[in-house]
Ligand binder design. Structure first.
Ligand SMILES: Nc1ncnc2c1ncn2[C@@H]1O[C@H](COP(=O)(O)OP(=O)(O)O)[C@@H](O)[C@H]1O
Ligand SMILES: [Mg+2]
Length: 282
């Protein structure tokens, strides 16, 4: 007779599972990770997870293109990537919806999507326990402390820049803000520029490279202007997954080079603590 009451009391006195979210890493605490790997697969330790942020205040420079191509590449390499889309336009999530289920899986998280009232924010942002790479696609128009907020906890930052005079000027302002506000140098986060949609070795590109040289920031990839990116995006693919086309093959080699650079710099990083003083609104 008493047993059901005692059971109820025991359940009530059990410590509640922590629902804390390790916001700066976008890495859920153990209780919030879930697994879609076969039973017995080892969950990935938090220390194995690396975060790459693709960012530039300018729209249309290739942030989503870089983020989705990274996600596709990591998926093919077995890193179980999680792609975070912080842009209210949700272009990365639209790309993911076009991706066929038989392709290597990318886990998508739309941080700007309205949540169901029954779901906690941290549950909404959870990632599979086997994810080893987090890729963060960011919105245009970021300035000031919003930049700092978005790069918090990053191990590597990629900034796509178009090689036109206007874009280079805007890119230069953005990089200055990033270095200043994101405390990048102090925290040792690696920054690389991705020169996107280049046609030839234009004067604009040369001036971009001179400017970056003066800051000691490397141009880590140069992607050409080719419709192959548009075709890949329409199918939810990365350029390396396109089966045909000379342009796609040539670009795929450049992606391999970029990813090798990213992985090399991340090998040298440790999981960081968040810089003090930055709240997280994500
Ligand atoms: N190297 C490229 N060659 C051709 N088209 C590109 C290239 N990079 C991006 N695009 C196209 O340019 C548009 C804007 O790119 P996107 O990645 O969405 O920019 P952002 O996310 O910075 O706004 C998209 O239609 C994309 O397919
Ligand atoms: Mg975008």
């Amino acid at each position: 007779m008493l047993e059901p009451v005692l059971q109820g009391l025991r359940a009530m006195s059990k410590p509640r599972e922590s629902l804390q979210w390790n916001r700066h890493m976008e890495v859920p605490t153990k209780n919030e990770q879930y697994s879609d790997t076969p039973a017995g697969a080892r969950p990935v330790a938090e220390t194995d997870i690396r975060k790459i942020v693709v960012i530039n205040g300018k729209g249309g420079c290739g942030k989503t293109t870089v983020a989705t191509n990274l996600a596709a590449w990591y998926a093919a390499q077995g890193y179980h990537p999680a792609l975070f889309d912080h842009d209210p336009q949700t272009s990365s999530m639209r790309w993911l919806k076009c991706r066929l289920p038989e392709m290597p899986r990318v886990h998508g998280v739309a941080t700007q999507e309205r949540q169901r009232p029954s779901v906690t924010r941290s549950w909404h942002l959870r990632i599979p326990s086997e994810s080893r790479r987090i890729i963060s696609d960011t919105p245009a128009g970021l300035a000031g402390l919003d930049i700092a907020d978005h790069v918090q906890g990053a191990h590597c930052i990629l900034i796509p820049v178009l090689p036109s005079a206007i874009d280079i000027e805007a890119g230069a302002d953005f990089i200055r803000d990033l270095l200043l506000l994101g405390k990048i140098r102090r925290s040792g986060i690696q920054v690389g520029i991705v020169a996107n949609r280049i046609k030839h070795n234009t004067l604009a590109l040369q001036s971009l490279e001179r400017f970056l040289d003066s800051l000691g920031i490397p141009v880590v990839a140069r992607f050409r202007d080719t419709q192959a990116y548009v075709h890949a995006a329409e199918q939810g693919l990365g350029i390396s997954e396109l089966r045909s086309g000379r342009a796609a093959r040539r670009e795929a080699q450049e992606w391999d080079r970029l990813l090798q650079w990213v992985e090399r710099v991340m090998e040298q990083t440790e999981v960081r603590q968040p810089p003090v003083g930055f709240g997280s609104r994500r």
